[in-house]
Write a new protein. Sequence first.
Length: 54
Amino acid sequence: QFDDLYRNLGNGSFERVSAGAPGQSPRSSMSSSWGDIDNDGDLDLFVANSGFYV
């Protein structure tokens, strides 16, 4: 099963933002972390999956 990412709209509802995202795989997600990897001032979300190629 693929993971999904949802954005909080701030009104008690969410919108799915991960549909068709590149790099999706049906592996189990094991860990996630937030950080500003590209130094643009926005937090970036990283998700690590199980398997040989992480």
